[in-house]
Design a protein around this ligand. Structure first.
Ligand SMILES: [Zn+2]
Ligand SMILES: [Zn+2]
Ligand SMILES: [Zn+2]
Ligand SMILES: [Zn+2]
Ligand SMILES: [Zn+2]
Length: 241
C-alpha cells in the first residue's frame, strides 16, 4: 500500500510519500474547516473560525455575511451589488441605485472652465470638441439676413439689361420722360430702340417666369405679366409684355 500519490480522505490533500504515517497523524490533528473547507489544525480551529469567519454586515445590502466570503458576495451574490460607476459624478452604481441616476446626473449643468459657457454634463465632451472652440474664438455675428434686393433675382441676366442701376434699357429718350408712359408708347419704344435686346429679354423672362412658377416665388419686381424698370431719373416704369 504505497502508491505514488494519494488523496487524504481527512484533509483532502494529495499525499505523495508515507501516506500511512500521514493519515495517522492527520486524523488525530487536522480537520477541515466546516465553513471554508480548508485543512486546519484542530487546536487552531477556534482561532481560525473567529478570525476568518466573522459575520459582518455587507455595506450594500446590510446582510450579515461571512467575512471569508464577503469579496465573492459583493462581486457575485449581493442583491445590491455594484454594477458600474456614474460617468458624471464617479459614484458607484448598484443594482438598487435609482435607475435614472445617470440620466439625471448628466442633465446637471456646469460652467465650462475654458469658455465660461454653461453646459450640460452629458454634452461636455461634444462641447469641448465643437462648441467650445467657437465660444473661445470670438467670431462676429453673422450679417443679418435680409431679403435679397431685386437685382439679385436678375443676377443671371446679362448686365446690360439689369433693371436697377444699369443704363436705361431704352436709351436717352427715357430720361426726358416725366410721366409714366402708357403701355402702347412703351411697347413702341421697346420695339424700335431695342428690338433685338427685347427678343433676348423676352426669352429670358419666359425662362424666369417658369422658374418663378416652379419655386412659387413672387418676390421680385418681375410678375407674370410685366416687368418694372427704373429709368435714369429714378422713376419706376412698368413694361407689360
Ligand atoms: Zn490528511
Ligand atoms: Zn475556514
Ligand atoms: Zn450584500
Ligand atoms: Zn452621477
Ligand atoms: Zn467651453
Amino acid at each position: 500500500m504505497s502508491s505514488e500519490s494519494t488523496i487524504c480522505p481527512n484533509c483532502q490533500q494529495t499525499i505523495s510519500t508515507n501516506f500511512e504515517r500521514h493519515i495517522l497523524f492527520c486524523e488525530r490533528n487536522i480537520s477541515l474547516c466546516p465553513k471554508c473547507k480548508q485543512p486546519i489544525q484542530k487546536t487552531a480551529l477556534e482561532e481560525h473560525l473567529a478570525a476568518e469567519h466573522e459575520e459582518i454586515e455587507c455595506p450594500n445590502c446590510y446582510a450579515l455575511v461571512d467575512s471569508y466570503f464577503m469579496e465573492r458576495h459583493q462581486a457575485e451574490i449581493c442583491p445590491n451589488r455594484k454594477i458600474g460607476t456614474c460617468p458624471y459624478c464617479d459614484i458607484d452604481l448598484f443594482l438598487h441605485s435609482p435607475e435614472n441616476h445617470v440620466e439625471q446626473c448628466g442633465n446637471r449643468t456646469d460652467v465650462c472652465d475654458i469658455c465660461g459657457g454653461r453646459i450640460r454634463l452629458r454634452d461636455k465632451e461634444a462641447h469641448f470638441l465643437s462648441d467650445c472652440r467657437s465660444h473661445v474664438i470670438v467670431t462676429p455675428p453673422p450679417e443679418p439676413t435680409r431679403t435679397p434686393p431685386p437685382q439679385s433675382d436678375m443676377a443671371h441676366f446679362p448686365s446690360h439689361i439689369q433693371p436697377s442701376d444699369a443704363p436705361p434699357l431704352v436709351g436717352p429718350q427715357m430720361k426726358k420722360e416725366t410721366e409714366p408712359s402708357p403701355r402702347d408708347e412703351m411697347e413702341e419704344l421697346f420695339k424700335t430702340t431695342a428690338e433685338t435686346m427685347c427678343n433676348t429679354f423676352t426669352a429670358l423672362l419666359e425662362q424666369k417666369k417658369k422658374e418663378d412658377q416652379a419655386t412659387q416665388r413672387n418676390t421680385s419686381e418681375l410678375s407674370s405679366s410685366g416687368y418694372s424698370i427704373t429709368d435714369g431719373s429714378g422713376k419706376v416704369v412698368s413694361i407689360n409684355l
